[in-house]
Design a protein around this ligand. Sequence first.
Ligand SMILES: Cc1ncc(COP(=O)(O)O)c(C=O)c1O
Ligand SMILES: N[C@@H](CCCC[NH3+])C(=O)O
Length: 418
Amino acid sequence: MPGHPHVARRDGNLYVEGVSLDALAREHGTPLFVYSRQWMLDALAAYQRGFAGRNALICYAMKANSSLGVLRVFAEAGCGFDIVSGGELSRALAVGADPARIIFSGVGKTPAEMKQALAAGIGCFNVESEAELDVLNEVALAAGQRARISIRINPNVDPKTHPYISTGLKGNKFGVAHDRAVAAYKHAARLPGLEVVGIDCHIGSQITDAGPYLDAMDKVLDLVEAIEAAGIRLHHIDFGGGLGIDYNGDKPPAADALWKQLLARVDARGFGDRQLMIEPGRSMVGNAGVCVTEVIHTKPGEDKNFCIIDAAMNDLPRPAMYQAFHAIVPVSERATDATIYDVVGPVCESGDWIGRDRALAVEAGDLLAVLSAGAYCMSMASNYNTRGRAAEMLVSGDSARLIRRRETVQDQLLSEQV
Ligand SMILES: Cc1ncc(COP(=O)(O)O)c(C=O)c1O
Ligand SMILES: N[C@@H](CCCC[NH3+])C(=O)O
């Protein structure tokens, strides 16, 4: 399948690596997320090739998919983690991540989360404002520690992606403005509870063009020069994540080719000796995953035909949130003519669509696979309409392992009181 080298059709039936999706769905029910371990390892290997011979740390941005079974794949492969909450820190620690390889991003870390992260001994806080520098300083002093920090700078570069997922424009809430960055670093260097160790930048997500990355790197390197001229040494450059995947014929640069270009800029400016850090999320898991769903009914409408499936916006929120495209293919092919359908979920919202105007030959009871469902699907899933969250399986070769059982209504009611 396009973008999914580990999803293939054999005798008309869809497989993830060596495992039949039909067999998995019959055994474990639907909706069911199924991930290819090999796709994740291949994605990681592309970054590792890009950094061959360099002092680099790949911190998987777990917001893309924070399921423990997925995190374990990356922890075992030696990755660090980019976290954005105390909850994500707990997940990283639960899979045995090395705390020194954990970095903490996010615009609104609470003092309690800062304390938790300091106690765990994380590698670095990516601080996003001067106010946050002051609070972290106080929390660290109270704990008798020094917090290692980078400041996330906002380079005002357009990543040319959906406006909801661009983060490095001056109108976005993220980071410290480029022209305030040196002052923020001077402020940080004066605070006794902080140790300045790096600089950080992340311009957005689903980026498919190298241009914005190159522009952002130039701006980061300008700042490295200015900050060091002010006497503050930066040991690492964290360049965030954001690399896109192929959802619908998208052609993002390969991770290794992109980093070849970026490292040439870093070297040309004389900063090739610094540790490089990155925070990739989507490009590490996005096309590892598919969501298998069953057709509940097909229904002719006045203007449109609807294919109603048992996965919905609570399982796959990206189409409703960003009008995002996910390819949808039958798990087992039928030899009948295709009809054009809007593929929709059972949730009571007109925004609950998964695909529009899709040609499908389907009947009730058939299975469909929603592709590119590894990133920002399960991690953004909700219980809207009191729907339990889906089950998840990790495939490795010919074997599949349940990494999350299907959520029951009892699970949902457990934390509530009448
Ligand atoms: C600070 C930070 N780092 C890393 C990421 C991961 O981004 P992506 O999944 O696009 O690689 C994000 C999300 O955009 C982010 O906000
Ligand atoms: N949730 C977004 C990506 C957000 C990136 C987080 N900073 C998506 O599905 O595309």
